[in-house]
Design a protein around this ligand. Sequence first.
Ligand SMILES: [Zn+2]
Length: 921
Amino acid sequence: MASTSILQSPNDPRQFEYLKLSNGLAVLLVHQADSEKSAAALTVNVGHFDDPADREGLAHFLEHMLFLGSRAYPQAGELQHFISEHGGSHNAWTGTEHSQFYFDIEQQHFAAGLSRFAAMFSEPLFSSDYVEKERQAIEAEFSLKLKDDSRRIYQVHKESINPAHPFAKFSVGNAQTLADRPGDSLQQAVSQFFHQQYSAQRMSVCLIGPQSLAELRTLAIQSFSQISDHLPAKAPLQVPLYLEQQQQLQLNIKPHKSSNRLVISFALPDIQPWYRYKVVSFVAHLLGDEGPGSLLALLKQQGLVNQLSAGGGIDGSNYKDFTLAFELTVAGRQQYRQIVQALFAKVRLLKDSPFPANLFAERQKLLNWAYRFYEPATVLQTATDLALNMQHYPLQDVLFGDYRMEVPPEALYRQLLDYFCSRNLRLMLVADDVTTDREARWYHTPYQLQPLDPNWLTTLDTQSPLPELSLPLPNPYLQSELKLLDKAAHMTSPQHFCNQPALQLWYKADTDFASPKGHIYLQITLPQSCATIRQQAASRLWVELLLDRFNQQLYAATTAGLNYFLHVHRQGISLQTNGLTANQLALFADLLRQLPDPVFCPQRFAELKQQLCRHWQNSSKNKPVARLFSQLSALLQPQNPEPEELAQALAKLSFADFSLFRQQLWQQLHLEALLLGNWSPADAQQLQTLLTDWQGAQGAAGQALSAVQYRYAQPGPVWLCSANPHQADHALVAYLAATDKSPAQMARFMLANHLLAPRYFHQLRTEQQLGYLVGTGYVPVNTLPGMAFYVQSPAYPAAALYQATVQFFQQCVSELSLLDNDEFQSLKQGLAAQLCERDTSLSARAKRFWLALGQADYQFDLNQQILSCLNALTASDFLAFLQQLLAKDYPVLILATDSAPENNYVQSLHKAELLKILQRQ
Ligand SMILES: [Zn+2]
């Protein structure tokens, strides 16, 4: 087939070629001239739906095993090692009907990486040593998610559908489903499954890189032609997801984390054949609207609902659940039927109205802009997207499919609306106080299944429209046309556009991505927002209330390609907008104007206060490793307290306290802003005027504040134990901070992490199977470099995890003295390649410069300095550094879920004692 048949954005400079190998494998080649990396992705039309009935989780287990040795590259871990040594990454997932495998790597190593990757799919070994290890890995992965509500609820959903549909199967697998049985070993089962499912006709591959199409073609033929083609492509699913008796039901589910949610769902057929009309997402846009006259606006005004998201739900090759998920208030929990009735009134309105062609045209316009000014993703993202698109779209639409939006035939639109009726309705109520009478398998989720009252259902279909509900108004933010800056306006780094003591504005016109978009960042420093935990808690509630208020009024902006964000920052709040530059300054001005003095009502205050407290209290049920990291951050940065502390402070805050807090907030303020993207100098001037006037109206100018931070600096490890009553898992985080903030220290810590990450994972997870979550990270606190080792285990106490970590340190020190110069150089190159990675999008660039400003890197050359230090680093210097870092007397801060090992080397402390010995930086 000729490659010219693939539709491509006029702004897309890449070249494409489609190829079918002799074994029937579909391959898409993408030449991207300016990329430093290459990437590959392989999608196969096999997923957990294909698991044998008595071997649930087998597809997932196979996904794990494929990475662990092939005939050509028998050594397990070799592929991972090769990829990470050459600046790349890899991963895989198993879905319902598809699985995907992918990696990226420095382009000069692509051929060698690809040869290893492709060998996984032609002759995998399934060696028995690793069958046992990975069975444990899957068991650990399963038990890690036992308390995860999305999994727990998913399982209930599975038990309430047609048991003959493969969605009913348990997808993850565990030691039980994957056990060896007499005459049926797991090794035999996985090998058999591979031969009965994996075949070239069921696969699609995407290769992308700076290589020419001819080179990529040769690589594809060389690497993938060996894959066997003994099976035909798959037949589509026929079994229905729901039988008639499985509709008109209500599921009551008790969550692990406290929650109050109502999910209303309508069963649709396969929607993929309608992709060219995007008619389902259009209906989601109409029902999920949040502006005046919307369902959400009405339900909020009635005090029933805090949030709504529309259009989600499971989908596959013969089914789609269209869901509307509501976050309920306490009143909404009691009167949830009223919410269903209001939804049916909205549906009635749509059914009674003509097709809203003007609103559809707005959606088309926006999607057309997105396509015309397409934004390049990373090569890895592109490879995974396209290898998956190849399974869903005809070749012509492999790029355009997500953007194609034709006016649907009226009959199709009506047909779709007809599915929104009580016949296809199910409700799911997820709340702490529901009555339950059974438990779901595997996850033990308490639930109850009830038929909905037939009389009530009849009234739903005859709901009349409510006067408060209307269709969205024409979008004021879609009026102007898009204009691009002249290429010559481009600036290499931000210019200090305004430099006054209380107002700093940086400006950078950027035309590199030929994008009509831009970013505005503003940090507002408010000393009265962050001095105490009480102020910090009040600040967060204040931001929630502001967002709640903006929501209805500015919703139109968010559906017109504009976004806004409001966060609590360590020293105040930050306001960001991004998206199309046309109309963005107007949106920014709107937001700014409303910040200081909106009137909040006590009822909304109480509702959001309760929601926020619940959110913070739920954090005690987070994964142990995540809790330890949040504790680490709170220890080292007092302006970043733990959620439980915030919840306690907020619970005591009255509406009167809050009003007083808001009055005092504006006593001092300092502004720092960045404008970056498709902006002219006149835009920068306009922003400066806006900020100056606004600041003048608020009162006193203030100073920028410096962040407070601490470091543990005494010799030897210190251990802080924090019990974790909600979790059975054990966890350990060991944190090693640098002694100073120099670029040389940054280079050393980054390189140490780069070297140790794959080794630590291999040792503790692959070889010793101590836990499923194992890793290391470069974790700077503010700008002080540091490195963390973490592991979470369902089976071993923290003391054992610590012993394994210390043993790993010792082993590294002795083995690494053997590191030869070639290996050291290639290690450095791998990290250097990551540091030099060019910005792949305007948002990545904006983020990078904003971060630099946050680090006071006003020359924007910190990365360059780190790179020079890295280049200058010799193998012997680095080894000396590592020996010191991994030595017994290095100040290591250990956070763990249980007590320290019984030896006199680790000093065990309570939090109060630890806080006393931390040093302020
Ligand atoms: Zn897995």
